[in-house]
Design a binder for this molecule. Structure first.
Ligand SMILES: NC(=O)c1ccc[n+]([C@@H]2O[C@H](COP(=O)([O-])OP(=O)(O)OC[C@H]3O[C@@H](n4cnc5c(N)ncnc54)[C@H](OP(=O)(O)O)[C@@H]3O)[C@@H](O)[C@H]2O)c1
Length: 265
């Protein structure tokens, strides 16, 4: 299988490295205009070029890891060669209907919204495809992204929501961990130890939720003894607006996507 990633930026390179380290057997090519900035990929066995039409010639799957405003010019550049190929966009806010107008007939369009944990093969990737997709094509994309984490196929209308919860979510969790570290340092740990304790605790909590049929509140009940220190701290966090701040932040990110789409139109 030949996979070409157009746009070797943060996400494009994370995806290429994750794929190269996975069990997926594929020839990977990454493109960007300033190709010297991705020279390091060559040592990992990944081909690089600045020439998009050449890079997609033999590709089975073309992945667009571009900023939303870069999607239209790149699709115009490659449109004559996309028939029969899967073109999967990772861009926020550009719909399959908008892309359809820019590609050749018979192009299999899809969207994927991974997060940067893709490089560690721990992404949460939400995906959608157009009606042309065969079960085989869907299976092959599922296999690729399952090698890089978890996959959920969703209705395209939920893509903005998936962007916020899954992709922006990485930043929210990082800020949560940083807050835990700041508290940990104040009560006596050096920053490296605080980071290790906070990050492993988040990983442990996530593992419980992903591997057991449970709910966050049930797990909280297990660690909150009456009049104990955990419930005292948790309640103080809620008095300070902890859950409310998160919900409002998620809503603000969601509304911002609408603003991005308006700028693009
Ligand atoms: N970062 C995330 O966590 C995340 C998660 C999910 C989805 N996304 C989406 O993924 C997309 C990419 O995000 P990013 O953070 O990776 O952006 P980025 O770092 O800016 O990467 C975009 C890359 O595209 C390259 N590029 C621009 N025009 C090109 C062209 N004509 N041909 C080939 N390459 C071209 C740019 O390099 P040159 O200027 O050198 O060409 C740049 O390296 C965005 O739409 C974003 O919404 C991001």
């Amino acid at each position: 299988m030949n996979i070409t990633i157009i746009g070797g930026g943060n996400l494009g390179t994370a995806l290429a490295l994750g794929l190269q380290e996975s069990q997926i057997k594929a020839l990977i090519t990454v493109t960007r205009r300033n190709v010297e900035r991705i020279q390091f990929l060559v040592e990992k066995g990944i081909a690089i070029t600045a020439h998009n039409p050449g890079a997609i010639e033999n590709a089975d799957i073309i992945i667009l890891a571009l900023k939303p405003f870069q999607i239209a010019p790149v699709l115009q550049e490659i449109r004559t060669s996309t028939t029969g190929k899967i073109v999967l966009s990772l861009a926020t806010g550009v719909s399959m209907a908008e892309m359809q107008a820019l590609v050749a007939d018979g192009t299999f369009l899809g969207r994927a919204m991974p997060n940067t944990a893709i490089e560690r093969r721990e992404s949460m990737t939400c995906m959608a495809h157009n009606p042309l997709f065969s079960d085989e094509q869907k299976d092959s994309l599922t296999k690729i992204f399952e090698a890089l984490g978890e996959v959920i196929w969703i209705d395209e209308k939920l893509f903005d929501a998936a962007t916020v919860l899954g992709a922006c979510g990485i930043a929210y969790v990082m800020r949560f961990i940083r807050g835990m570290m700041q508290g940990g340092i104040q009560i006596g740990f050096d920053s490296q130890t605080a980071l290790r304790i906070a990050a492993q605790t988040v990983k442990g909590a996530a593992t419980i939720l992903l591997e057991e049929d449970t709910h966050p509140e049930r797990e909280i009940d297990k660690v909150t003894t009456p009049r104990g220190c955990t419930i005292a701290g948790l309640n103080e966090m809620e008095h300070q607006g902890f859950s409310s701040a998160l919900i409002k932040g998620i809503q603000t990110s969601y509304q911002e996507i609408a603003a991005i789409k308006k700028d693009l139109a």
